[in-house]
Design a protein around this ligand. Structure first.
Ligand code: GUN
Length: 300
């Protein structure tokens, strides 16, 4: 039997609608317009596309968007001064510095200069520590979106075993923390885990975030398990014509869909949830800064 397909595109639209609802209530009742500042250094084409999409969706949800585009040779002091200025600006509730930064800039230093309460990426060490300690934090967008989809599909995650494949600071580690916070029992596995297939086969929930195209095969999956595919890999697609490419996940979809109970496709699964959760984090940051209640349905 073929798995239920978890439609991330449709789910992201519901998250954006919730964001827009919170934004209009905050404006009417409190006179606050949440604002997101995005900083882009250089001209990386993929980053330019991301930043344009973020700005467009921010405005569509009724929020203020501030874009700062700096030359590729911008020095560190200039970038740090901009971040400090945004930290101090009351119209800015969220700050995102687009990564990767040019090699001459120290990304860790720059990310850790963002005020933790405005760090809508959840990359600042204070937010990493707060998430680990089970305290209120800004949570990285991709794992937050993945958790929202899991909770929407399953309801309660108590008693579920989960395997997260990948140990990155951006996805793998925070994903495991979120699953733990939701009373699941997570294991973090990675490319050097012995018997990776056997470990994955134990899990009721599999989150694949390893960055290797179609590595997780159908026969790795426990029948009926839920599979969240975080991978976005560009691979050659000669069947579409010479020199053509396509995007695939970290899971081999055609075989996994025959075994899993539910699965996210690539594209159209986790991807659209990432920007939706960035907008959600911006509303959350604005609500917290005004001591308003946590926006319902937008946090972990
Ligand atoms: N580059 C690609 N994705 C992201 C993201 O989610 N946040 C930041 N800061 N940079 C990115």
């Amino acid at each position: 039997m073929s798995a239920h397909i978890i439609d991330g595109k449709a789910f992201a639209a519901t998250v954006r609608a919730k964001v827009a609802g919170h934004v209009s209530r905050m404006a009417e009742e409190h006179g606050i317009t949440p604002g997101l500042a995005v900083v882009l250094v250089g001209e990386d084409p993929a980053s330019q596309v991301y930043v344009r999409n973020k700005g467009k969706q921010t405005v569509e949800c009724g929020m203020a968007s501030f874009e700062h585009k700096l030359d590729a040779d911008t020095d560190e002091a200039t970038l740090l001064a901009l971040v400090e200025r945004l930290n101090a600006d009351p119209a800015v509730h969220g700050i995102l510095v687009q990564l990767p930064l040019p090699a001459h800039l120290n990304s860790d230093l720059i990310i850790n200069t963002i005020a933790p309460e405005k760090d809508v990426d959840g990359f600042h060490v204070v937010n990493v520590g707060r998430l680990g300690a089970g305290l209120k934090a800004m949570v990285p967008c991709t794992p937050l979106g993945s958790l929202m989809m899991l909770k929407d599909y399953h309801g309660d995650l108590s008693g579920k075993s989960a395997v997260v494949i990948g140990r990155s600071n951006i996805v793998g580690k925070p994903m495991a923390q979120l699953l733990l916070g939701a009373n699941a029992t997570p294991t973090i596995a990675h490319s050097r885990t012995p018997d990776l297939e056997g470990v994955v086969r134990q899990a009721d929930i599999v989150v694949a975030a390893v960055g290797r195209p179609e590595m997780v095969r159908g026969d790795w999956i426990k029948p009926g398990a839920t599979v969240i595919d975080v991978g976005i890999n560009r691979v050659p697609a000669p069947e579409k014509g010479e020199g053509k490419h396509k995007i695939v996940g970290d899971v081999h979809f055609e075989s996994a869909v025959e075994v899993a109970g539910a699965i996210t496709p690539v594209p159209g699964g986790v991807g659209p949830m990432t920007i939706a959760c960035l907008l959600a984090n911006t509303v959350t940051a604005a609500a917290r800064s005004a001591n308003l209640p946590e926006p319902e349905g937008l946090t972990a």
